[in-house]
Design a protein around this ligand. Structure first.
Ligand code: ADP
Ligand code: ASP
Ligand code: MG
Length: 454
């Protein structure tokens, strides 16, 4: 028996239909995974959010159309997996639970983040039931003793109560993993469980934020003192940039934790930005590969790697907002930055990039929904506030970036016809980022890729 603990996570596209599930299950089996963490089936989290919003704001007829769509999609997979009525029962129960919650939202015309988290949790709970069956089909075909068992991850993945972006309570999770799951190292069981969701100490369902299944897998890997964490997705590893934006993007065989963390934070959707933190803390190497083409290999993310290029990869994040605060009072005074950061802190809004001048400070925020009226009103108590939208943050990720002469020249020469609104360099050895208009972002990435990588 393989006594290594390998935690494998499969994303939404790897859960697309019964075929995808069986293909992913075979990958998990071949890799010797002991714990498999799955996302909701492709598109389902979006459908669940739409369902919740429709139930809150529109007619019940409209909401029930979405409800039916979700139910039909999952029952179809169950049929394709030839699940008998007894096995299908949990699927029906989850659909009923979803209907009750949606009716509650509709009657109250109120969809709190707490309600939305419970509604979204159904996606991973449904897919994990189906995947457990797919895993058992594969195990039977391999004629092995091993069996797959469904696990409710909420029994171990305990979080705080920040609904929609809950934070895992690491120490508690470690204790629960050791108490409840450590048997897995010496067992013939493969645990199949949900990504993305957790539970507060008083039993309320939470989610870790969009794309959070990667993070879930990493937290479980840490809790279980796993030997390897694998993230299986629809591309063969981390590439030099998003292959959807740039056809010339190339797979990266090895990347350091620091570079990969920056890449994820600055917009490479392939990894949730928090994924690597638990892996770094627990010294767990991470592999990223394609569940569709496992034979193509992938990327190893490790503490130390041999090759440390100046520019390894690039990423972009759209829907950025640039907020510029100006006041003559900033001149020769102290405490101004403290005051404005306190306002952002009070509103629980996190700031990304910052530059300051004599009497003004510019900072960027991710996603326009964050900048609400109250926040702007509070900022206006201290300064004139100017807001620019439809911007993109472009980042180059690599090594020794802040100590290499000539880099900025090369970057800006290759995009000399494009207006750059803000530049951030210096804080990190691994990152150079700047703000441009959103519509130029893809072009900029392609040009920089040509200059530095292709
Ligand atoms: P999953 O559903 O498996 O979590 P995601 O859609 O969240 O998958 O992430 C995979 C996608 O990330 C890829 O299809 C690709 O378009 C995108 N992506 C963005 N940046 C990169 C990059 N540097 N390398 C590889 N993929 C990237
Ligand atoms: N299903 C969740 C989402 O779509 C989490 C994930 O897939 O990682 O955001
Ligand atoms: Mg993802």
């Amino acid at each position: 028996m393989n006594e290594k603990v390998i935690v494998s996570k499969f994303g939404g596209t790897s859960m697309g239909d019964a075929e995808c599930m069986k293909r992913s299950a075979l990958v998990a089996f071949n890799q010797g995974a002991k714990v498999v963490v799955v996302s909701a089936t492709s598109g389902t989290t979006n459908d669940l959010i739409e369902l919740a919003k429709t139930a809150e704001k529109s007619t019940w007829e409209n909401a029930s159309l979405i409800l039916t769509k979700i139910k039909v999609k999952h029952l179809k997979i169950a049929r394709e997996l030839e699940m008998n009525p007894e096995k299908i029962e949990p699927i029906n129960q989850l659909c009923e639970e979803l209907e009750s919650m949606s009716r509650g939202v509709h009657l109250l015309k109120d969809c709190s983040l707490k309600a939305l988290d419970s509604i979204q949790s159904i996606g991973e709970r449904l897919s994990s039931v189906l995947f457990t069956e797919a895993m058992n089909i594969v195990l039977r075909a391999q004629s092995v003793q091993t069996t797959a068992k469904w696990l409710d991850v909420r029994d171990v993945l305990i979080t705080d109560n920040q609904f929609s972006k809950a934070r895992p309570l690491t120490e508690l999770i470690k204790t629960r993993c050791q108490e409840q799951l450590s048997f897995i190292r010496h067992s013939d069981v493969i645990l199949c469980t949900q990504g993305f969701i957790g539970k507060t100490q008083d039993g309320m369902t939470t989610t870790l934020g969009r794309g959070g299944s990667d993070y879930s897998a990493a937290i479980l890997a840490e809790g279980l003192e796993a030997d390897i964490l694998e993230i299986w997705t629809d591309v063969a590893g981390i590439a030099t940039t998003d292959p959807r934006i740039c056809k010339e993007a190339k797979a990266i065989p090895e990347i350091s934790f620091k570079e990969a963390s920056e890449l994820a934070t600055f917009g490479a959707k392939i990894l949730h930005p928090a994924t690597l933190l638990p892996a770094i803390r627990a010294h767990i190497p991470v592999f990223v590969g394609s569940s569709f083409h496992p034979e193509q290999g992938g990327t190893w993310v490790k503490k130390d790697v041999e090759d440390m290029p100046l520019v390894r990869a690039m990423a972009m994040r759209k829907k950025q907002i640039l907020v510029t605060l100006s006041t003559p009072e900033m001149l020769y005074s102290h405490g101004f930055l403290y005051q404005i950061f306190k306002v952002f802190n009070d509103h629980k809004v996190s700031i990304d990039a910052i530059t300051t001048s004599e009497i003004s400070v510019s900072l960027t925020l991710d996603d326009s929904t964050l900048l609400n009226k109250d926040l702007v009103n509070d900022l206006e108590k201290f300064a004139d506030v100017q807001v620019e939208e439809n911007l993109a943050l472009v980042s180059l990720i690599g090594n020794n970036i802040n100590h290499t002469p000539g880099l900025a020249k090369k970057i800006f020469e290759s995009i000399s016809d494009i207006n750059v609104r803000m530049i951030c360099l210096g804080a990190s050895k691994h990152n150079f980022c700047f703000i441009i208009a959103e519509e130029s972002a893809a072009e900029v990435i392609n040009r920089l890729h040509k200059t530095f990588i292709a």
